[in-house]
Write a protein that binds this ligand. Structure first.
Ligand code: NAP
Length: 332
């Protein structure tokens, strides 16, 4: 297959990860970057032309891009830029606002179909490969439920969304939040109890917070503990540390997770399916998954398919450079 020309739209952690990942995929080529702040991007990166988002159409035409990997945030960026970009080019994104996936799919499907493009949505590790594993577990163990646990290692997993939420609290200068799976909850699932968990039953939250000078520790702690959805339902610990400690001891984006389902097979024999991911860098791992989906998007587009797709709709062989013969001989 000839090289797939890829545009990166949005230059943050995931955008940087995609650029790094493309270098490890010789069948893919980065041809341009599109950003709301091209001057910021150019200070860090100048290997390919960088365009302002208002010039996206020109960027794709001039660079010959076939697929744009959308690396903006799920909360505000993708709902706006997703459909805009789907008018112009085949897209791949990691929209991760789970309850809004059906609406986002519908919006992207409509636009992509109207403009003859493919839009692969909501892929990464969760949603993404964990969605696939949940679906497979549900199909192979009928009657079981598939659960997702995060932060199983001793250090837990860095939650970027919860870290962002901490940084919005007045008096917080910087912060990072680590999620920890509760071992007894994992055990219940592995025992085949198929429990009904409330949000706080599966994970605890550990916060490392740097205060602004003169900020009130008690008020900040209260604001964290009472934040609905993010911290209020959880057993949450707040640690105040210096910026230097945060930068040295809590750098990087480690994360990990487990999909687990347990049930029975035909005559009631116990059965368990588990799928585990351990990432040194969550955004780089997400980027690797996005790049494999860009390959799949190019293949779907070459078959004249249009509309929105998820990882559940794409054959696994479309993600890999390996030929069908190679897959049959060595990967089956
Ligand atoms: N499905 C999954 O498994 C999964 C996993 C991880 C993340 N995600 C999703 O990926 C999304 C992006 O994550 P991220 O960590 O890359 O977010 P991020 O670093 O905050 O970047 C998001 C956007 O913000 C802008 N930006 C970044 N740094 C900036 C800066 N210093 N100044 C001004 N603008 C800046 C960039 O857009 P411009 O270049 O246009 O300015 C960038 O595309 C998340 O919202 C999450 O939903 C999904």
């Amino acid at each position: 297959m000839s090289q797939v020309k890829v545009a990166v739209v949005g230059y943050g952690n995931v955008g940087r990860g995609v650029i790094a990942s493309l270098k490890n995929n010789p069948d893919m080529e980065l041809v341009c970057v599109v950003s709301r702040s091209p001057e910021r991007v150019k200070k860090e990166f100048s290997a390919v032309p960088v365009f302002h988002v208002s010039e996206a159409e020109k960027a794709f035409e001039r660079s010959g891009a076939q697929v744009a990997i959308l690396c903006g945030g799920s909360k505000d960026d993708l709902p706006k830029f997703g459909p805009q970009m789907a008018k112009l080019i085949n897209t791949v994104d990691s929209f991760d606002n789970h309850i809004h996936i059906p609406d986002y799919f519908a919006a992207m499907d409509k636009t992509a179909k109207e403009h003859g493009h493919v839009s692969v949505i909501s892929t990464g590790w969760d949603p993404g490969i964990f969605s696939l594993e949940r679906t497979l577990a549900g199909a192979f163990l009928p009657g079981s439920r598939a659960y997702g646990f995060y932060g199983l290692g001793p250090a837990g997993g860095l939650s970027m969304g919860h870290s962002d939420a901490l940084r919005t609290i007045p008096g917080v200068k910087d912060a990072r939040q680590y999620t920890h799976a509760i071992p007894s909850a994992v055990k219940k699932v592995q025992n085949g109890e198929n429990p009904d968990f409330a949000p706080g039953d599966m994970h605890t939250r550990e916060c490392f917070v740097v205060l602004e000078e003169g900020a009130d520790k008690v008020a900040v702690t209260k604001a964290i503990m009472e934040m609905p959805g993010y911290f209020a339902p959880y057993d949450t610990t707040v640690n105040f540390i210096t910026q230097e400690e945060l930068n040295t001891k809590y750098a990087g984006f480690p994360h990990d997770g487990l999909v687990a389902a347990a049930g029975v097979t035909g005559k009631g024999n116990p059965a368990r399916i588990e799928y585990r991911c351990v990432w040194g860098s969550n955004p780089e791992a997400t980027a690797n998954v996005l790049v494999a989906h860009a390959r799949a998007a190019a293949r779907l587009a070459a078959e004249k398919r249009t509309g929105a797709f998820t990882i559940l709709d794409i054959p696994a062989s479309y993600f890999t450079t390996k030929s069908h013969d190679e897959l049959l001989a060595h990967w089956m």
